[in-house]
Structure formats: C-alpha cells, structure tokens
Design a binder for this molecule. Structure first.
Ligand SMILES: [Zn+2]
Length: 304
C-alpha cells in the first residue's frame, strides 16, 4: 500500500478498522514467543516465518524464508519496530533483504541489513537513494492508523523511511539460491513499477507482495498502471499450477490461489468498462473508483 497525503478517503481507511482484529486465520499457525510486542511472529512452515505488524492499519507482513545456507527476509516492514532483532532471534543464517517493491511500508528496516536485493527500475533507484520523509508517509503514525503502543525504543519524532544500500539489482528471471531452496523473481508492475512476485517452485509457495492481498489493492497512484497490472496478472495466472500457497504482504498469510485468476478477470472487466458497480472517493487528491469482490477490492483512478 503506502500513500502520501492527508486527504485519505474513508473508503480506504475505515474508522475503527482495528475492531476486526485479531483475524481468525492467524490462529491456524504457531505463534513464536519473542520479546518485541510490536511484532506478532508466526511459524507458517518449518522454514517460513511471518513477521506481522498488526498494530498499524497497513497490517504489513514480512516473511523470513530459510534455506540451508542463507535466508531472505521478504520486505522489512514499517521501520517502527526493530525487525533485525526479531530476525536475529530466529536464525543464525546470513539474511538478505528481498523486497517485493519499494513502497515505504515494505522497506522500513532495509537500512538495518548489509545485503539488499531490489528490482531495478528508476522508481526503486530513487527510493533507495532518498527513502521517504515523514511528510511523504502522510498520517502513518496518527492515532486513527495505530492502535498498539509504539515501541519504547522508537524515536517517534525522528521516524521516517531511511535510504538504504542496494547490493544487487534484480532483473526478470533472476533466481536466488539459498541452498536447497531457490526463489524465482517475477516482475509484476502495476501496483508499482518495481513490484515483483517471488516463486518457490520446490515448496510451491508464491509471495505476491502488494500485487495481491485480501483488502483493497491500490492501482490509482500516478506510478501505478492498470494495463501493466493486467499484464502482470496474465503472467502469474499462467503460473498457478506452480504454486499452492499464496502469501501476500498484508493482513493474512494465506490466500486461495483461484483468487489470482479472479483478480485478473476483475481487472480486465474494469479496463473494459464491464465491471458493474463501484464506490467513489478521493485519495491523494485523485478521484478513485473502488470495486469490491468479497475477498479483495481494486481501487483505480476514475480517469484512465
Ligand atoms: Zn504495502
């Protein structure tokens, strides 16, 4: 997600959004005891952990994925909590950051790690160089966006998204070898120019970043593209036989894979003007239309 303006519409941030927490699905997984109350950590499989920031509206999820020789942390959250300490408490393996894209809510802890892998675009290069100021992150830490106590160690006034050093710029088709486990990089622009999905063919796991999650998916900012989103979904719909477990970057750690195809078809019908009803609003100064499909929604620019 991640937007940057204080004119947010309540079709995006519903009042008292936190009353629906905890989401029941998390009860299916083993909760890992760890001292930092900002994070909820769950062991999803023997080698995949979800690091979930349920205290902030974005409900961002970072995933720690262990190979035999190395590990990756898929995104690093909001930069509110000390995610590096959580990771160090789980594994002794060398850990690289692998970003699904460079919106602020996915790169907040990047600066804490020595190795960072990001898909190469002008957008991500600018983001790595400058991070995001507190102003650019909008009302992220405002009362209506955060229900949990912020960590004691956080300097609230100084909070921002720090610049970070990229050690490897990724390209379409790159394969990351963790020893006994490989991750395929699949470029899926649409939500952002640098969005990727990540496929673990051996374990049939598919990380979708913000291309797909169980909430309104943002395809309205100036750097988004509905046409690219559709083309990206054409690619990942074709890959459905390769994965069983869809792990999105917000809200819940498991989604039904048939929804990928439904989202593809929904996006096409929006483009073609056959999608039917929508609600209207303004976000970031942009007129938006929101289409609801039960498990997910799509928010697009009214003017396309
Ligand atoms: Zn996000």
């Amino acid at each position: 997600m991640a937007y940057s303006d204080d004119t947010e519409s309540n079709i995006i941030v519903p009042t008292k959004w936190y009353e629906k927490l905890p989401r029941l699905v998390w009860g299916d997984y083993e909760k890992v005891d760890q001292p930092d109350q900002w994070f909820e950590v769950y062991k999803l499989t023997d080698t995949v952990y979800a690091i979930y920031e349920d205290g902030q509206f974005e409900e961002v999820i970072s995933y720690l994925v262990l190979g035999e020789e190395k590990a990756v942390i898929i995104d690093t959250g909001n930069g509110i909590g000390d995610i590096k300490a959580v990771v160090d408490g789980i594994t002794d393996l060398p850990v690289m950051v692998l970003n699904t894209h460079t919106h602020g809510d996915h790169i907040g802890g990047n600066h804490q790690f020595d190795e960072v892998l990001v898909y190469e675009t002008e957008f991500s290069k600018e983001r790595a160089k400058n991070g995001q100021t507190r102003e650019q992150m909008g009302h992220y830490l405002n009362e209506d966006m955060v229900w949990k106590a912020l960590p004691d160690y956080l300097d609230v006034e100084a909070w921002r998204i720090h610049p970070f050093n990229v050690t490897k710029w990724l390209k379409e088709g790159d394969i990351i070898d963790l020893g006994g486990r490989t991750l395929d990089v699949i470029h899926t622009p649409g939500h952002s120019p640098d969005s990727i999905c990540i496929l673990d063919r051996m374990n049939k796991i598919f990380w979708t970043g913000d291309s797909f999650y169980p909430a309104p998916i943002y395809i309205y900012a100036p750097t988004t593209s509905l046409d690219q989103f559709i083309e990206s979904f054409r690619k990942i719909t074709a890959l459905i036989p390769e994965y069983e477990w869809v792990m999105p970057s917000h809200n819940e750690p498991k989604m039904e894979k048939h929804l990928i195809k439904e989202c593809y078809e929904a996006a096409i019908s929006i483009r073609d003007g056959t999608a039917g009803e929508y609600s209207e609003g303004v976000a970031g100064g942009i007129q938006i239309h929101r289409y609801d499909y039960g498990r997910f929604s799509l928010i697009v620019r009214a003017e396309r």
